[in-house]
Unconditional design. Structure first.
Length: 142
């Protein structure tokens, strides 16, 4: 979604169309919070019982799209194609067990999305400035 909104912003596209209705709900966890939880559990959990790592909150895909568009700086319309599948209506974890152990995610969705967009921009710039190999058609001086 970040790439699609970024490319639409750069190209000046008036709209971005996403699959489905935008109504399914999803939970998002920043990768740094996942790594933090893994370390926390290695130090504080010694049970064979499974537990979930998450934030325990969800939002609609339409709300996520609006958030991503705002962070990317895309001002066009966000359209949904209901002829395409929505997938599971809701994916939300029960995080009560990990919360009871004292762990909670620290990176809010808006901040995590902004950090991910910054990372995406860095990767895009790095790819654009990387020298091409001979196989990619660049000339080499022998």
């Amino acid at each position: 979604m970040i790439r699609r909104f970024h490319e639409a912003k750069i190209s000046g596209s008036s709209s971005v169309t996403l699959w489905g209705t935008g109504m399914p709900r999803r939970e998002f966890l920043h990768v740094d919070d996942l790594a933090n939880a893994a370390c926390f559990l290695m130090e504080n959990y010694d049970s064979p019982d499974l537990l979930n790592i998450g934030v325990g909150e969800d939002l609609t895909i339409a709300d996520l799209a609006a958030l991503v568009a705002r962070i990317v700086g895309y001002g066009g319309r966000i359209l949904f194609d209901p002829s395409r599948p929505d997938g599971t209506p809701r994916k939300l974890l029960d995080v009560s067990r990990i919360h009871a152990l004292g762990w909670r995610a620290q990176i809010p969705l808006e901040r995590g999305t902004a950090l991910t967009y910054e990372w995406y921009l860095e990767q895009t710039l790095n790819e654009a400035s990387a020298p091409k190999s001979r196989a990619e058609g660049s000339a080499a001086i022998d």
